[in-house]
Design a protein around this ligand. Structure first.
Ligand code: NAP
Length: 490
């Protein structure tokens, strides 16, 4: 099936209508695999557009809040059905706009279907608790309440699944949303808006504005009617928004960068470890928050492992997608440069690819450095590209220490057959998501997703835990003693 590339100028989606920005400005959206190809034009929104979107969401909130929760779930189920019907089209747009392979794009859309399915089901499980009272004839229970208008600020690397998992969780809880997608991926966001529109959500429940994060993302966080912010993106921007939200007393959920490690011990199945490492490090061009960036390998198997992973990396070069834009390309190349200068041994890759099908895109070879030490820049900072560092470790304890010695704590994995070490790893590794004998990537809709340290804050996404960020608890005391009431302790 070939996708219809619609070179139209897309409006913002506000209050159920497609509206052009008051700025009168638009921006072209480019294909990173072929920068001659423009995918559409998108609004460069203004502060006025922020106000319009927040007003629309505020107006829609009381009715949406009062809608029975299973009814809200039915809207999400409808969204799931329409997304299922449009999955090929959306995956093709995702492939063209973000650059991931078509298979990876389909995988992302399928995951989004699971997320909608899960949160639709939460509409029938929106439980509180009954709690025993210290007093006779008192019934105490808790219920969840939505927060109001929430702003969702999202990155380009999962431009379908991240907006979906934030919107689904926020909406089932009864909030209304304003989505601000990455400036690099507005097309997929607007296709999602068409899908939400078709699903019959009341006008204003879901809104989306495109444009610069520094301008409209910032303004959303500061807007007095925005009651909470869920952000996914870089640690640098996340911390900035945390300060802005903190000054205004607003809850903010931050899902940020990663520097994910895989430990390979001497008893590991090296073929399995090399396959998982290649998938984790180079799949999606390494542009995953959970991408494997550091391999910490016990010295006796260092040489054999390095050989195996280099072979796998070379095999992946042909089918790997581009970096998302020129900035990202330059960033990746500059990290490769720093790896060389600081003494890493380049065992494969290390260059931009410019021949034949790569001529017009932002492609970098799958790149592996050996003999990396934990102090090197490439071992500490998030690269967000197809670059993997192999760090030697003397033993398990040494490997664990190296794995924890970074500012991030998103995901980690270990390859070994030793049950004792596996459980010690689970206990001691400072990350939000732990994998055993598998890659650092992946996540399921029903499982909490997120990181520790500089990788995350403000509660997990996905799983039932996602509801905690988007709701307040209300505690209810019902005294049914009537006229026989004699005492009040408090
Ligand atoms: P980014 O530059 O931080 O941007 C993320 C979002 O914030 C975009 O919508 C961006 O808008 C907006 N933004 C930028 N500056 C802003 C400001 N001053 N005020 C308000 N909003 C602002 O991140 P990215 O490059 O899109 O994404 C890559 C990062 O996301 C990586 O660090 C990756 O690890 C992280 N990530 C984390 C997870 C996780 O779950 N932990 C998942 C995926 C990605 P513009 O596009 O208009 O600048």
């Amino acid at each position: 099936m070939s996708v219809k590339i619609d070179l139209k100028t897309w409006g913002n989606f506000i209050g159920g209508e497609w509206i052009f920005s008051s700025s009168g400005k638009t921006k072209p959206d480019l294909n990173p695999a072929n920068t001659d190809e423009i995918l559409g034009y998108f609004q460069e929104s203004s502060l006025e557009d922020v106000n319009k979107a927040v007003d629309a969401a505020k107006k829609a909130f009381p009715e949406w809040k009062r809608a029975p929760v299973p009814e809200r779930g039915k809207r999400l189920l409808k969204t799931m059905q329409i997304l299922e019907q449009r999955k090929e089209e959306l995956a093709q747009a995702l492939n063209r706009e973000e650059g991931k392979s078509l298979n990876e794009a389909i995988g992302e859309v399928l995951k989004s279907l699971n997320v909608l399915d899960f949160f639709a089901g939460e509409g029938k499980r929106f439980y509180g608790e009954t709690i025993p009272s210290e007093l006779p004839k008192n019934f105490i229970y808790t219920k969840r309440e939505p927060l109001g208008v929430v702003a969702l600020i999202t990155p380009w690397n999962f431009p379908v699944s991240i907006p979906i998992w934030k919107m689904a969780a926020a909406l089932i809880c009864g909030n209304t949303v304003v989505l601000k997608p990455s400036s690099l991926t507005p097309w997929t966001a607007m296709i999602l808006m068409e899908i939400f529109q078709e699903s019959g959500f009341p006008k204003g429940v879901v809104n989306c504005i495109t444009g610069s994060g520094a301008m409209i993302g910032d303004a959303l966080v500061k807007h007095p009617e925005v009651k909470a912010i869920s952000f996914t993106g870089s640690t640098e921007i996340g911390r900035k928004l945390q300060a802005l939200a903190g000054q205004r007393g607003k809850p903010i959920q931050l899902e940020m960068g990663g520097k994910n490690a895989v430990i390979v011990l001497k008893d590991a199945d090296l073929d399995l470890a090399a396959s998982a490492a290649a998938l984790g490090a180079l799949g999606s061009t390494g542009q995953r928050c959970t991408a494997t960036s550091r391999m910490i390998v016990e010295e006796p198997v260092l040489e054999a492992f390095t050989k195996k992973i280099s072979e796998k990396a070379k095999q992946m070069a042909e089918n790997m997608g581009p970096c998302v834009d020129e900035n990202q390309l330059k960033k990746v190349l500059s990290y490769i440069d720093s790896g060389k200068k600081e003494g890493g041994k380049l065992v494969c890759g290390g260059h931009r690819m410019t021949e034949e099908k790569h001529a017009k895109g932002y492609y970098v070879e799958p790149t592996i450095f050996a003999e990396v030490t934990p102090e090197m820049t490439i071992a500490k900072e998030e690269i967000f590209g197809p670059v993997l560092s192999i760090i030697p470790a003397k033993n398990f304890k040494d490997a664990l220490k190296i794995a924890n010695e970074v500012e991030y704590g998103l995901s980690a994995s270990i390859f070994t057959q030793d049950a004792e070490k596996i459980f010690e790893f689970i206990d001691e590794i400072d990350v939000g998501m732990v994998h055993i004998n598998s890659a650092t990537i992946g996540g399921e809709a029903q499982v909490p997703f997120g990181g520790m340290k500089n990788s995350g804050m403000g509660g997990r996404e996905m799983g039932r835990q996602a509801l905690d960020f988007f709701t307040e608890w209300k505690s209810v005391y019902v005294d049914y003693t009537g006229s026989s009431r004699k005492t009040s302790f408090y």
